[in-house]
Design a protein around this ligand. Structure first.
Ligand code: ATP
Ligand code: MG
Length: 608
């Protein structure tokens, strides 16, 4: 491709609305343009990158035996009602774009395709003889993200590869899951990226396991905890660890103490000169269930620990049945504002005890303009970390006062429901080997593989007949990979102050031939010849034949991140050109004759 004929517009300055390097660079280098919030145009250079990634993904998917198809993006609401996800996706999470057509039929723009694929499986898979079966597609997805940001990282329209597998047994599912794990590792390896496969939260869907694939980068939205022996890595949402041992309490008898202005654990411990491991902290949450019931949740946890809200939400989902509900719609920490909606009198925030009285709760809560049912009792949960505490410090339900030397079964009733909702953190000891200390790193989730089980097949009656002639629900797996997010993640991992540094395998072009002076007829002639030869040899080449100063061209070449640059300049007098490697910045003169073979060798090596 000739740069002079390409839609090629680079920006000199960082765009104002871009926060992270990869977003700035993709905008500046003319790869993407913002059309609206979370909506981007992929310009020609970007589209080449996306197609290269798609092709790698396609090859690795095909190698597992999965078959490519293309499912509709317009999805009838009835399917989502069958699976029970219409309300969650359109109202609670609100992540799905829903619309009504001219016949008054409700439709949605696909954020994911479990419903569509399960409908197909219900209609087309009859017998165990057709199993296992995997189908995948590479397609644009739509999600009305609350906070679209970082360019392609969290868009409202983005490209995803999604794959779904169907099985007659758990073993078969596990085998495909393992194959997918390998395929995902291969994709990221081939793209030249540093990544980590981590244990992930499978949320309310349950299932026996899920793994996220994280591209390591500072700007990543996810935190990963891992041990250096390579035996453990998990998303912080899911991670487990051993908490530090609690220090023995310095208090020996129960009493109430005045502790003015100690509404945080830090202030309290400084005031009482005690360790936060001697404190039982009581955190209030408000959970909204899908049947409209709001429950106030009081979690007692050791003072040095934080609540992991993902784990808490999973526990609350398990308890949904107690309240006649199926699932959690919303979970939030309770703040001074929110409590006005349901509490008759002000709560002693910062001084709450495990036995905070239920009569704080009035019968109805105000959510927007709607009156909502509110459960009249606190749901009291104790995290495991408080079980063994003796003579602990905790709130007194009176502002400005705490109690010390308290014990379960004496001054306080231990909550009946014991949970593990503690947030693991860097510095904790690992469960598999307490000598291993957890470390923290940040990553960008580019893929997530999932053992779904029978959640969708049961809800939508997608059955098959097994060898014994019995009807059984299909066992399913699902496997997602963010193609457009992956492309940007690569930039986030490889850039310098001059621009992008594409890994060779996914670069839009492998080589850029820069003519230093287009007014020099010999330079132009040699460049044209090389350009032709490179193309002939199957090397993807850009020719910078623009009438610009050499300095401008070099800057642009660095910015757009083409792995190899051939400069046709004065050295042609000696039959030579310059070869510059973008990644290492090494620069050497080579003869014109060896350009093609030299580049071919480097490219093949880089692609592995
Ligand atoms: P996240 O936790 O980042 O919101 P998710 O768990 O909702 O992602 P999945 O539903 O598992 O994501 O989707 C599969 C893949 O699609 C993700 O691993 C990610 O790479 C990509 N993806 C998800 N949401 C977006 C988005 N808004 N923009 C770009 N890519 C996305
Ligand atoms: Mg996820």
């Amino acid at each position: 491709m000739r740069l002079s004929q390409m839609l090629f517009v680079t920006l000199r300055d960082d765009p104002a609305d871009a926060e992270i390097p990869s977003h700035k660079l993709l905008l500046r280098a003319g790869y993407i343009r913002r059309i609206g919030s979370g909506i981007y145009a992929y310009l020609p250079l970007m589209w080449r990158v996306l197609q290269k990634i798609s092709q790698i993904v396609r090859e690795e998917m095909n190698a597992t035996g999965a078959q490519e198809c293309l499912l509709p993006q317009l999805q009838p609401a009835s399917l989502w009602r069958e699976s029970g996800r219409w309300d969650t996706y359109t109202k609670a999470e609100g992540i799905m774009f829903a619309l009504v057509d001219r016949r008054q039929q409700e439709l949605a723009l696909g954020p994911t395709h479990e419903e569509v694929i399960t409908m197909l499986a219900r209609d087309l898979i009859r017998s165990y003889r057709q199993l296992p079966l995997s189908l995948y597609q590479i397609q644009t997805k739509f999600r009305d993200e609350i906070r679209p940001r970082f360019g392609l990282m969290r868009g409202r329209e983005f490209i995803m590869k999604d794959c779904y597998s169907f099985h007659a047994s758990e073993e078969s599912l596990k085998k495909t899951y393992q194959d997918m794990y390998q395929a995902y590792s291969n994709v990221l390896q081939r793209c030249g990226l540093a990544f980590r496969a981590v244990e992930a939260d499978s949320g309310a869907i349950g299932g026996s396991g899920s793994t996220e694939f994280m591209v390591l980068a500072e700007a990543g939205e996810d935190e990963v905890l891992y041990t250096e022996d390579g035996q453990y890595a998990a998303n912080v949402e899911k991670a487990v660890s051993l908490p530090a041992a609690a220090q023995p309490s310095k208090f020996t008898s129960y009493e109430k103490r005045e502790t003015p202005a100690t509404e945080t654990i830090e202030k309290l411990c400084a005031f009482l000169k005690c360790s936060p491991t001697q404190v039982v902290k009581n955190v209030l949450y408000q959970v909204l269930y899908d049947n409209g019931t709001t429950v106030l949740v009081l979690v007692s946890i050791r003072g040095d620990q934080e609540v992991n809200e993902v784990k808490l939400q999973n526990e609350l989902t398990k308890l949904a049945g107690q309240y006649g509900a199926k699932t959690v719609l919303k979970l939030a920490v309770l703040d001074a504002d929110a409590q006005k909606n349901w509490s008759a009198k002000p709560l002693p925030l910062g001084y709450i005890a495990p036995d905070l009285a239920d009569d704080y709760i009035t019968r109805f809560a105000q959510e927007g303009n709607k009156e909502q049912a509110i459960h009249p009792q606190f749901l009291r949960l104790a995290d495991k970390t408080v079980l063994d505490l003796k003579n602990f410090v905790t709130g007194s339900n009176e502002s400005g006062c705490h109690v010390v030397g308290a014990n379960w079964h004496q001054q306080f009733k231990l909550p009946e429901i014991i949970v593990d909702v503690r947030k693991a953190k860097a510095g904790d000891r690992s469960v598999h080997n307490p000598e291993q200390i957890l470390k923290s790193t940040r990553g960008i989730e580019v893929g997530h593989i999932f053992q779904l089980g029978t959640k969708y097949s049961q809800a939508m009656a997608a059955n098959y007949t097994n060898e014994q002639g019995e009807e059984k629900p299909l066992i399913m797996g699902c496997y997602g990979m963010g193609i457009s997010r992956l492309a940007q993640a690569a930039v986030e991992q490889f850039y310098d102050r001059d621009g992008i540094i594409w890994p060779v395998a996914i670069a839009p072009y492998e080589v850029i031939v820069t003519i230093a002076n287009v007014n020099d007829a010999t330079q132009v002639e040699i460049a044209e010849k090389l350009y032709h030869q490179l193309n002939q040899a199957g090397i993807e080449t850009l020719l910078d034949d623009r009438n610009e100063r050499a300095g401008v061209k070099f800057k642009d070449a660095d910015l757009i991140g083409i792995p190899f640059r051939i400069v046709i300049g004065r050295a042609i007098a000696n039959g030579k050109v310059e070869l510059v490697e973008r990644f290492t910045r090494t620069c050497e003169e080579i003869t014109i004759e060896e350009v093609v073979s030299n580049l071919k060798q480097r490219i093949d090596m880089a692609k592995g």
